[in-house]
Write a protein that binds this ligand. Sequence first.
Ligand SMILES: Nc1ncnc2c1ncn2[C@@H]1O[C@H](COP(=O)(O)OP(=O)(O)OP(=O)(O)O)[C@@H](O)[C@H]1O
Length: 289
Amino acid sequence: MELSLENVTRRFGQKDAVAGVSAVLKPGVYGLLGANGAGKTTLMRMVCDVLRPTSGRIAYNGVDVASMGEEYRALLGYLPQDFGYYPDFTAMDFMLYMAALKGVPRRKARSLCADLLDEVGLADHAKAKIRTFSGGMKQRLGIAQAVLNNPEVLVLDEPTAGLDPKERVRFRNLIAGFSQDKIVLLSTHIVSDVEYIADEVLLMKSGALIMRGAPESVVASVAGKVWECRASAQKAARMAEELCASNVHYASDGAAVVRVVSDEAPTEEARSVEPTLEDLYLYTFKEGR
Ligand SMILES: Nc1ncnc2c1ncn2[C@@H]1O[C@H](COP(=O)(O)OP(=O)(O)OP(=O)(O)O)[C@@H](O)[C@H]1O
């Protein structure tokens, strides 16, 4: 099972939203991380064959997905960013409707939908209208519909947007459970989501894939560049303005402790600390700040 992105480019007007992205994805969870407008949604729409590349191609097991049609859709699960939920449908009606669209045989559909609603923790809400659901419940329903056809490729565009921390954890566990032997590509702005569930991070900037690797190995690229130093409140505010500061907190004695990502030590007393994915993210996107 292999999805290969071969020099994939998508141009809108004069601008390349996605510019020459190449990557081979095997089963695993891939976290696509990037700032607003980096091209994540455009790339995912091409992976799902709802948008065609201007040049380059996306191939599944060596075959261009654009030529696979229904065959590709049958092995694909997609949760788009702006998923329409039909507020007056109940969760079960919605699942049955999606099952029909995906060609699940009627005799199997009801029990399959009930099982999936149970797996995403919505069994007790199967008969409730979607308009009564919280954001997290809708996202769980979105996952349930995306895995109806037991897809080999599962694409989730910002699945954790708008979720509270508890729902986010629940959602992460759900993805981990569904990701066995699947290629899962999910995009997010939330660095910690990727850190917890992704086997690999794909970092996207201005349409290009600029870094790829296991969270710990991409984080290692800023090793020796993350510092903590104590400063007065006034100096801390200045450092936060002028430097790439990833955090400021106040110690019990009232002094500020500033966390800075920089090639050089920001002060003589600064001590080098263990980097995190958030430090790497801030360092990578610092010009845009
Ligand atoms: N249909 C379109 N027509 C014109 N420009 C588009 C279209 N879709 C996307 N773009 C542009 O392409 C660039 C990348 O957009 P995209 O939505 O892929 O980024 P993103 O990383 O998903 O951002 P976000 O996190 O905000 O969703 C943006 O500059 C966007 O304005």
